[in-house]
Design a protein around this ligand. Structure first.
Ligand code: BGC
Length: 886
């Protein structure tokens, strides 16, 4: 056996923490090792300055098996430092690993340490510059050119280290001496800008030179002042009327001197080739207006005007370090020419619905205009179907300068699309352009891979993956294409467990929980979308607090605990959770949640009979009371745990009184009613059996089909499995008749549809008022594929995958399953293959320091070495099990 290997180093859940909001950052790593029953017995963390080997903290050898969330305990961390940290681990035989490849860690600067000032273009347009009339699509939205800002400065010598701290109210791209700084897109991301904005940190040492330098930025509108959402009267300028920049370049010299070049009144601004850029409208770029040398030529340039030092209104936001990975370009997809549209424009197909934009490469004459439209679907005539984009125009326009080969991709907009239509200048053919689709997302590391013997299931897994990718842009959004793109909380909570299999969501949720908490109303109601803007009289959505939506933070914080064993969210937001619980209790003194106070969407977008909204709401109330009991337990708040347990009891009794009829049926008698009642533990044993039978009967009555909406769907397959009907769960999974997941796949879906009937052969498209083809909520079946088909699940008794619950369903119709999940502790694998009708070989890999509890499907037993009916717990390492159906 070789020593253990630490890898996948993380600080505050990030491979590279770029700025800290805490003085005690927490470190963690994964382990790999050969053989069985491996474990760490000690670790040593060393934090040093990145540009030398001066050590800041050496933990020394600490006897411990812990690999996660170990708090820094060295001397106070200096601001504006670039650090590198590493870890050495010792195994069960006290063999050291050797230090892991170091991870970078920037400490950042605190809010009060910023010297920079917010700067922006003066509100008045410079004389002679008019916004071109054709860029104004409707009178509620004003096209505004993007602002270019620059500052040139002289350096007598090169610094040994240069770090750029930068953010914007709006969006920015930063440039130093002509080079784009970093590869982030849509920075700084979305927060409630009236409260806080996150900054980014970039090491720009290699870009600075002695002599003349130019620091510049381009500003876009984004979530700050551009259009987001569907309230057309207030669709733009959500947080302010014009974008602003805040940046600070810190130059460190060999003799210890630090010089700062910050955004201030010495900067200048001008407008250039970006005629306008907006999430919903798109971007127009006129290459003839390019500002040559703006980012490369030091000294004064003609036509530039002073900036205004800008005091954000109504309050300057807190400037904080980014808590989450940046958004980046994550995939490039070739566009295939499909056909000519009626108009003569060329239609291309990416063969995958993405969120992002295209890169267009052309050789054209000056003034040649290329109009690029985007759509998720084609209509019956093969034309772009854009009605479901509602007010989103989603059109980019490139006007060539006529300088040889030119490429265009927009900077401050994105679209949700699979099809691209390019209107070419007269006389050009489709093969004269090169087109690629570029997918963007917050760069949450991919952690899960799963492959089965069913092409349909593989496609479903891929559709789930892409809907997550396409909607994880700074915050988890509902959809990337239409005039919405909000962080809807119920969509996210039903999907969260699935999401955390597919990608590492620890940092992503840590950031978003703050957005949600920022949006909590004074009366305790959590928002239905986050970020929102409670300081403003107009929230982004009219009302907060819907059952299943407002409940989301408690549910997601609990899943975060199960997946990552991180108490932070539970601890930090516990008081906010309590305020939410009180909000519900105040309005519903008899323990039936009839009064949702503001809003009740029920089992949103279900088909067939509608569920009783009060029943769904009360079931959810019980669920979060139950979770609050567990959360209080984790936090050691015994009295609170008892109080929440008592609340849950009262809700159960009231639920039985209010919703269970004399015949044992639930009011409304819908699939979702039984699913929630069963999964949330609302029923006494005598009612459980009847409910299970009724659920099965309802599915049969629906021709073997589901009828659930956003809130019910997640529970379908898990509950059917729990009540002993995994066969029915697999039936639903493999169905391809309407309505089912397979139905959308049979009709070409490459992402998860918002509605089961988004398109049907009989009726064509559903109402364009609300018909996204990229909403992940129905993808919540993913958690069951992972936890029960592959059999990799969290164990509440040992969260963070220290304990792993392995309960696969060997299902002949799938043939085999190969699943690998990169947990924070290391790689977990589950691979099973049918060998004949009644035999399965199952191989399992468990990371060092972890154990798995095994649960075999009913009727299966082990027939290898330790043949027993119930397989034993498995220690870390690689195991092969032979199983037979009796
Ligand atoms: C959004 C949903 C959201 C719902 C709430 C829709 O417009 O797209 O995803 O959860 O509103 O009613």
């Amino acid at each position: 056996m070789t020593p253990l290997t630490p890898f996948d180093l993380r600080c505050e859940h990030l491979a590279e923490a770029r700025g800290l909001n805490t003085s005690v950052p927490r470190f963690g790593w994964a382990l790999a090792g050969d053989g069985q029953d491996r474990r760490q017995t000690a670790y040593r963390i060393v934090v040093a300055f990145a540009d030398g080997d001066r050590v800041l903290w050496d933990s020394g050898k600490v006897a411990s098996g812990e690999t996660q969330l170990i708090a820094y305990s060295g001397p106070p961390l200096p601001s504006d430092a670039a650090l590198a940290w590493t870890v050495t681990v010792w195994d069960e035989a006290d063999r050291p690993s050797g230090p892991a490849a170091p991870a970078l860690l920037f400490t950042g600067i605190k809010h009060e340490e910023w010297q920079a000032q917010w700067i922006a273009r003066y509100f008045v347009l410079p004389a002679g510059r008019e916004v071109p009339a054709d860029t104004i699509y409707d009178n509620r939205w004003q096209a505004r050119p993007a602002d270019y800002l620059r500052r040139s400065f002289e350096l007598a010598e090169r610094p040994v280290r240069a770090t750029l701290y930068v953010t914007a109210l709006g969006l920015y791209e930063a440039y130093l001496n002509g080079e784009r700084v970093g590869a982030d897109v849509m920075a700084p991301g979305w927060t409630d800008y009236h409260r806080r904005v996150e900054y980014q940190v970039h090491d720009v040492t290699a870009l600075v030179r002695d002599g003349g330098n130019v620091l510049g930025a381009i500003l876009g509108e984004g979530w700050y002042s551009g259009r987001v959402g569907h309230n057309q009267r207030r669709a733009g300028n959500h947080y302010g009327g014009r974008p602003a920049l805040l940046c600070e370049l810190r130059l460190h010299y060999a003799d210890g001197r630090v010089e700062t070049v910050a955004s201030d009144a010495d900067w200048q601004t001008r407008q250039g080739p970006i005629c306008y850029s907006d999430f919903l409208m798109g971007e127009q770029y006129d290459a003839r207006l390019e500002l040559d040398g703006w980012a490369t030529s030091p000294g004064e340039l003609p036509g530039w005007q002073p900036v205004e030092v800008f005091v954000p209104d109504p309050a300057a936001p807190l400037v904080e370090a980014a808590r989450v990975q940046p958004a980046r370009e994550v995939a490039v997809l070739p566009a295939r020419f499909l056909r000519l549209a009626r108009s003569g424009a060329a239609i291309f197909d990416l063969q995958q619905n993405i969120a992002g934009y295209v890169r267009l490469a052309v050789t054209a004459a000056s003034g040649d205009r290329f109009v690029i439209r985007h759509a998720e679907m084609l209509d019956a005539d093969g034309e772009l179907y854009v009605a479901n984009l509602r007010h989103a125009v989603a059109t980019d326009i490139f006007i060539a300068a006529g300088r040889g080969r030119e490429t265009f991709k927009p900077r401050f907009t994105f679209h949700g699309f699979r099809y691209v239509e390019v209107t070419l200048p007269p006389g050009r053919t489709p093969d004269s352009v090169t087109l690629e689709g570029i997918a963007i997302q917050t760069d949450t590391p991919v952690t899960g891979e799963i492959e089965t013997g069913s092409a349909l299931v593989n496609r479903l897994v891929s559709n789930i993956f892409w809907s997550q990718r396409d909607n994880f842009l700074s915050v988890p959004t509902d959809c990337p294409q239409r005039d919405e793109r909000y962080g809807w909380t119920a969509d996210a909570q039903v999907f969260w467990k699935t999401a955390a299999y597919t990608m590492d969501c620890a940092a992503f949720l840590t950031k978003w929980m703050l957005d949600i908490a920022d949006g909590q109303s004074p009366d305790g109601a959590f928002p239905d979308v986050a970020p929102t803007k409670p300081l403003n009289p107009y929230r982004l959505t009219p009302q907060p607090g819907a059952p299943g939506w407002g409940d989301a933070p408690i549910i997601m914080a609990w899943q975060h605990w199960l997946a990552y064993a991180d108490r932070e969210l539970l601890e930090t937001y516990y008081p906010a959770f309590e305020r939410w619980m009180e909000h519900i209790a105040r309005a519903n003194p008899d323990f039936v949640r009839r009064n949702a106070v503001y809003n009740n969407y029920g089992d949103w977008l279900s088909i067939g009979p509608a569920s009783d909204r009060a029943l769904v709401a009360t079931a959810y109330w019980h669920h979060i009371a139950d979770l609050m009991e567990r959360i209080a337990g984790v936090l050691g708040r015994r009295a609170d745990a008892a109080r929440h347990a008592q609340l849950a009891r009262c809700i159960r009794e009231a639920f039985a009184q209010a919703f269970i009829g004399p015949d044992g049926r639930l009011s409304g008698d819908t699939q979702t009613a039984y699913l929630l009642a069963l999964d949330f533990g609302l029923l006494a044993p005598e009612h459980r059996q009847a409910a299970a039978q009724r659920l099965v009967a309802l599915i049969r009555e629906a021709g073997g089909h589901l009828q659930t909406g956003f809130l019910g769907v997640r529970h379908l397959c898990p509950v059917l499995t729990d009540i002993g009907r995994p066969d029915l769960a697999v039936d639903l999974l493999l169905k391809d008749t309407y309505p089912s997941w397979g139905f959308s796949i049979r009709h070409g879906a490459t992402t998860i549809w918002e509605r089961w009937d988004g398109w049907t052969p009989e009726r064509g498209f559903q109402s364009a008022n609300m018909n996204s083809f990229n909403h992940y909520a129905y993808g919540s079946v993913g958690e069951w594929i992972w936890s029960r088909i592959a059999g990799i699940d969290t164990d509440p008794a040992a969260p963070g995958y220290r304990g792993i619950l392995m309960r696969p369903l060997f299902e002949e119709r799938l043939g085999h399953v190969r699943a690998r999940y990169r947990s924070h502790r290391g790689d977990i694998e589950s691979v099973w293959t049918f060998q004949g009708k009644d035999d399965v070989v199952w191989t399992v890999r468990i990371p060092p320091g972890c154990t798995a509890r095994i649960g075999l499907p009913r009727g299966w037993r082990r027939v290898d070495g330790d043949a027993t009916h119930e397989a034993p717990a498995l220690a870390s390492g690689h195991h092969q099990l032979h199983l037979r159906r009796s």
